[in-house]
Design a protein around this ligand. Structure first.
Ligand SMILES: CCCCCCCCCCC/C=C/C(=O)SCCNC(=O)CCNC(=O)[C@H](O)C(C)(C)COP(=O)(O)OP(=O)(O)OC[C@H]1O[C@@H](n2cnc3c(N)ncnc32)[C@H](O)[C@@H]1OP(=O)(O)O
Ligand SMILES: NC(=O)C1=CN([C@@H]2O[C@H](COP(=O)(O)OP(=O)(O)OC[C@H]3O[C@@H](n4cnc5c(N)ncnc54)[C@H](OP(=O)(O)O)[C@@H]3O)[C@@H](O)[C@H]2O)C=CC1
Length: 361
């Protein structure tokens, strides 16, 4: 498998860094005879997770909407050992979801492990978000995850067999995610599902855990998410070696295979007593706080969008494009600030942003 990231050459004596691609975290054959279904397994982190299960002997079903990417991934994953089936599926469609489980059952048997990795996301200020944009993200990330989970649970409950579910999340499920209101709300819902269903289905031997990646760049990232990384890279501070790694407490970004290793652990016999837990693999980035707070910038500014009129003349924001003499209601005015005029703008201009709070997810 291609490795999208190279670690910076930072030697830590006595503590070896992550092994090279091809190394497994568990004994060979751990997943012999096990069927693993990974949604979004044709790209990025889903493919990296699928690869680690394949190396350990699993038979794989990878499911998503786009046939070309699924087929390419199927060929790559097959080279790692196990059998791989590519299933075209929009996880928002409950009938199609049921068909995929039928097909998987016919090919290999009911999947023993379900990895809900598929999600949709793009940055947009909440005030500019259309109902369609909200639904595109929430229906995929939360409802799609629920539909896959329900199908998996129903079938195992009816068959009296155990199973393991891993839901890929995001750390803004705990913190909120400015600029990603839809995705953060959906991921918070996913985290809640983990905690609810681990108890509801615990007596039937079904484990449900969450797995949260930190910043793990890869070649399949959408232009929207990649653009966010680029925005953060160039605008926040002036250090010469300013890059994404320098923003992480670990001084490096994560490797997709590190998420794969964690996933194979969570579904393994070594983790049978772990359920209802969400494991964060992000080098502590989501816990980061500074001794000194950075200046606040609006999500609009971070995404390179025009500010709202009432804020243009705000004294606090002097030097940030405020027209001289612009008037605004004082903060304590009984009439409050004027109603902002939204200027929807889907294509952000990276150079215009001054700050990024979004690299903490
Ligand atoms: C990662 C760490 C740190 C730094 C960087 C910050 C990133 C933080 C993110 C962290 C956590 C989460 C990450 C992820 O989830 S990554 C996964 C991303 N992958 C995907 O999204 C793959 C699937 N995506 C898609 O298929 C498309 O992107 C899309 C979600 C848009 C769905 O495509 P579809 O064709 O179904 O949808 P439409 O194009 O018809 O659009 C539907 C409505 O959404 C509106 N829309 C679309 N894009 C935007 C946008 N950029 N801004 C505003 N609105 C948008 C579109 O207009 C439609 O709305 P209407 O119905 O009103 O027209
Ligand atoms: N990369 C990162 O740094 C981070 C990622 N995450 C999370 O990790 C997971 C994977 O992200 P990543 O690999 O980066 O993103 P990708 O964009 O590479 O993967 C998203 C996958 O979801 C699939 N997908 C999207 N919509 C649907 C749908 N309606 N039905 C079925 N499949 C769908 C896509 O396939 P197709 O288009 O073929 O349908 C694609 O394979 C996501 O849950 C994301 O939220 C969280 C934090 C950080």
């Amino acid at each position: 498998m291609a490795d999208d990231n190279a670690l910076p050459g930072r030697a830590l004596p006595g503590l070896p860094g992550p092994p090279p691609p091809g190394a497994s975290a568990l004994p060979p054959g751990t997943y012999d005879g096990t069927v693993v279904l990974v949604t979004g397994g044709g790209t990025g982190l889903g493919k990296a997770i699928a690869a680690e299960f394949a190396r350990l002997g699993a038979d794989l079903v990878i499911a998503s909407r786009k046939e070309d990417r699924l087929k390419a991934a199927r060929d790559e994953l097959t080279a790692l050992g196990g059998r791989v089936t590519a299933a075209i599926c929009d996880i928002r469609d409950p009938d199609r979801v049921a068909e995929v489980f039928d097909a998987a059952g016919e090919a290999y048997g009911l999947p023993d492990v379900l990895v809900n990795n598929a999600a949709a996301n793009f940055p947009v200020p909440a005030e500019d978000m259309s109902p369609g944009a909200w639904s595109a993200v929430v229906d995929t990330t939360l409802t799609g995850t629920f539909l896959m989970t329900r199908e998996f649970g129903r079938r195992h409950l009816a068959a009296g067999t155990p199973g393991s579910i891993i839901d890929v999340g995001a750390s803004y499920a705990w913190t909120g995610g400015p600029g990603f209101a839809h995705s953060a709300a959906a991921k918070a819902g996913v985290k809640s599902l983990v905690e609810t269903l681990a108890v509801e289905w615990g007596p039937y031997g079904i484990q449900v855990n969450g797995l949260v990646p930190g910043l793990m760049p890869h070649g399949d990232m959408t232009a929207e998410i990649r653009g966010n990384l680029d925005r953060a890279r160039g605008v926040h501070d002036q250090r010469p070696a300013d890059d994404m790694a320098a923003r992480q407490p670990a001084l490096r970004v994560g490797l997709p295979r590190e998420l794969g290793w964690a996933a194979t652990f969570l579904a393994s016999p070594y983790a049978r007593f772990i359920t209802g837990h969400t494991l964060v693999v992000d080098g502590a980035n989501w816990q980061r706080r500074g001794v000194v707070s950075p200046p606040v910038t609006t999500v609009r500014e971070q995404l390179g969008r025009d500010p709202f009129e009432p804020f243009k003349g705000c004294p606090r924001r002097e030097g940030r494009g405020s027209p001289a003499g612009a008037e605004e209601a004082p903060a304590d005015s009984p009439v409050g600030p004027a109603r902002p005029k939204a200027r929807p703008n889907r294509s952000a201009e990276p150079g215009a942003a001054r700050d990024s709070g979004a690299d903490g997810q």
